[in-house]
Design a binder for this molecule. Structure first.
Ligand code: ATP
Ligand code: MG
Length: 411
């Protein structure tokens, strides 16, 4: 069966009242971007609360569906047969053939659901439902009608053309990327942070990312792993601006000046601080981390209080209530798991204490941070000024040199 068109179903954005068109436009836009990656030419359009993706040339069905399954906001993808407006007898003949091709095993239940937008069509929706239901039963006597809970719904839409579909392939759900603004993901090479970025992108956020690198204590491979993870997430979000921050000097300074059981907390506070500074310069409205309550010493309630205190922007921690198993399940689903478990050290693991504090006291932490007063501001500035920005997509990364670029991450 060659489907000429896809009907795109979107649930949540259908109920946004006055803002609805903003979400629909964002979704159409994201679909256009996704379809550009596919072989063949597609026309994406919006009409009466529906989005259509029409194939204008030959295309690869699996590739097109896969692209659409990476667009947040899509709940269902319905491959359609499209025909010109024809009298009912011909419509019925086509529908019976279509059904036969779609379902070789007809030992099942069905109903016909018609929407007639073209009111000049001589039969109304109910008449078509009844007549076509009868025609399908005549052609395939094994079939049974079930109007309440059918296994198959034969959908007929009469508009400027006649559209037929029976399959609804699930989409990823959520809201179109960018419709909720942009946020800065603290992306390490672990399992958690790519998943948390993906989850927030699913709620409509465009992502920038920041990675703290500690050469020569961390290898080029560790950076490459983070780039690869950003690339995998970018299949859902579009290109990600990844800020590669050299954190070595700051880490060594903290190591030198502060109690070792507080290293992780103090380091995390500086990670958040720097992330927020970059976020504010790049029009990001929030930070995102992969923290999950109690997972490690730096993620107890008290530790989170200490890290939170350095930020003004909201910090989104979508994994806060998730078990590791649940996070792993999502990371496998979005394909980041195999990359995340590659054994390259990120900067935190190198300087961790044997017995990190689990109940840090904010005042004590702040007092010990004063040991850094002589040099830390300059180091933070240096880290930001030497920020290497990489533009990462599914095909790899390139260094982003021109900060005046119209796509600029600096506002
Ligand atoms: P992950 O699996 O995401 O690495 P984790 O369980 O290893 O998380 P931590 O190392 O405590 O947890 O880090 C908590 C969060 O802090 C991470 O999820 C990430 O958002 C951020 N983070 C940690 N290390 C880095 C880093 N080197 N660069 C950027 N962000 C980091
Ligand atoms: Mg980590």
């Amino acid at each position: 069966m060659v489907y000429q068109s896809f009907l795109i179903k979107y649930a949540e954005i259908g109920i946004k009242g006055k803002n609805r068109y903003i979400f629909e436009d964002a979704l159409v836009n994201q679909i256009k971007i996704a379809m550009k990656k596919c072989e063949g030419k597609f026309h994406v359009s919006r009409s009466y609360g529906r989005i259509f993706v029409d194939a204008e040339e030959d295309y690869d069905f699996d590739e097109a569906v896969n692209a659409l399954q990476h667009v947040f906001g899509i709940v269902g993808i319905c491959p359609m047969k499209v025909d010109p407006i024809v009298p009912y007898e011909e419509l019925a003949k086509t529908a019976v053939e279509f059904f036969g091709e779609e379902y070789p095993d007809r030992n099942t239940t069905f109903k016909v659901h018609t929407r007639r937008l073209d009111k000049s069509y001589p039969m109304n929706s109910q008449e078509i439902n009844n007549e076509l239901g009868g025609a399908l039963l005549d052609a395939y006597p094994e079939l049974k009608v079930d109007v309440h809970d059918p296994k198959i719904t034969v959908n007929i839409e009469i508009r400027e053309q006649i559209y037929m579909y029976t399959h609804v392939i699930p989409g990823p759900g959520g809201l179109p990327v960018g419709s909720a603004g942009k946020a800065m993901l603290l992306l390490s090479g672990g399992i958690d942070s790519p998943v948390s970025g993906w989850m927030m992108a699913k709620r409509g956020l465009k992502l920038d990312a920041v990675y703290y690198n500690a050469p020569p204590y961390t290898s080029e491979r560790a950076l490459q792993k983070v780039i690869d993870l950003a690339g995998l997430v970018s299949e859902y979000t579009g290109p990600i601006y990844l800020h590669n921050i050299n954190f070595t000097e700051i880490q060594l300074y903290i190591y030198d000046k502060c109690p070792h059981d507080e290293l992780t907390i103090i380091m995390r506070r500086y990670m958040m601080k720097i992330a927020e500074m970059i976020a504010k310069r790049t029009a990001c409205g929030a930070l995102i981390t992969g923290e999950s309550l109690g997972q490690v010493a730096s993620q107890t309630m008290r530790s989170l209080e200490c890290t939170n205190r350095v930020c003004e922007l909201p910090v989104f921690r979508p994994l806060i209530g998730f078990d590791k198993e649940e996070i792993v399940t999502i990371s496998k689903k979005i394909d980041t798991y195999d990359t995340s478990i590659q054994p390259y050290e990120d900067c935190c693991t190198i300087f961790v204490a044997k017995h990190p504090v689990t109940k840090p006291v904010l005042k004590v932490i702040e007092r010990h941070e004063h040991n850094l007063d002589a040099g830390i501001e300059e180091m933070v500035q240096r880290a930001i000024e030497t920020d290497e920005i990489l533009v990462v997509d599914a095909n790899g990364s390139r260094v982003f040199k021109n900060r005046e670029d119209p796509l600029q991450p600096w506002d």
